[in-house]
Design a binder for this molecule. Structure first.
Ligand SMILES: Nc1nc2c(ncn2[C@@H]2O[C@H](COP(=O)(O)OP(=O)(O)OP(=O)(O)O)[C@@H](O)[C@H]2O)c(=O)[nH]1
Ligand SMILES: [Mg+2]
Length: 230
């Protein structure tokens, strides 16, 4: 159907409008307290929890971190992360994405921690989490090399709404047909500004540049903090 042949008709209220306002308010609060918030999104099993384990280990004794980890069922990811960071499991009971009320309950469970970095591991799903602002400063889409390099072209909204693409499981590149340059080119066609990092959580390759990227982003946030008026 061409653009001319249909008319957009609004038949109800925007059900996500309230969530977006709450997310913006929460982002502002996190900014002022110096917490950089990172929302990790991906297909199931792309390596989000493994990346968070590697990140929290890398920063032991250097930065304070906390993780809100979303899953349909079980607290297995929270158990994996608990030796390295403060963590609260958000169990959606079947929902395929996180929304602000669950994030708020996770923050309460952690006692509203003032940390340098707060990570939100979203439910593994390359579609629905793209539509939900959780108040993050950075949305990071993790794409593992075993999924195929065509995913940025096939699931464009997730890549269009992300500021960073992490290509994970780089140790498997010799064994799978995945062209890193092709994935990056497709991601940049959708989102020209997207930053791209390739890493391997299993052997630690690329974890230092990833952590430095986050540190520099937080530093820029701190330098741009508005002066408090009295
Ligand atoms: N070879 C290899 N395997 C990895 C790497 N990172 C993660 N894995 C494996 O990939 C599988 C999934 O990793 P997770 O970290 O649980 O992935 P996830 O995205 O958190 O998964 P969900 O929370 O279920 O969506 C596990 O078996 C990991 O050991 C990596 O860098 N290389
Ligand atoms: Mg996980």
């Amino acid at each position: 159907m061409s653009e001319k042949n249909y008319q957009r008709v609004y038949i109800g209220r925007d059900v996500l409008a309230e969530d977006r306002i709450e997310a913006a308010t929460q982002r502002d609060l996190w900014t002022r307290q110096g917490t950089l918030v990172v929302n990790l999104v991906s297909s199931p099993g792309a390596g989000k929890t493994s990346l968070l384990e590697a990140t929290a280990k890398h920063w032991q004794g250097r930065h304070s971190t906390a993780v809100l980890v979303g899953d349909l069922e079980t607290d297995r990811d929270a158990q994996r992360l608990s030796p390295w960071t403060k963590v609260a499991q958000l169990t959606t009971g079947g929902a395929c994405h996180l929304q602000m009320p669950l994030v708020r309950s996770g923050l309460r469970a952690l006692g509203n921690p003032r940390v340098d970095f707060l990570f939100i591991e979203n439910v593994g799903n390359l579609v629905c989490p793209a539509s939900h602002d959780l108040g993050e400063h950075l949305r990071v889409v993790v794409l593992s090399v075993t999924e195929g390099d065509d995913k940025p072209a096939k699931y464009p909204k997730m890549f269009r709404t992300s500021q960073v693409m992490v290509i994970s499981k780089a140790d498997l590149l010799p064994h799978v047909p995945f062209e890193v340059d092709a994935a990056i080119a497709d991601a940049r066609r959708t989102q020209p500004e997207i930053a791209c990092l390739t890493l391997c959580a299993s052997n630690g390759a690329g974890i230092t540049p990833w952590c430095q990227y986050l540190e520099q982003t937080r530093q820029r946030m701190l330098e741009n903090l508005p002066c408090e008026t009295t």
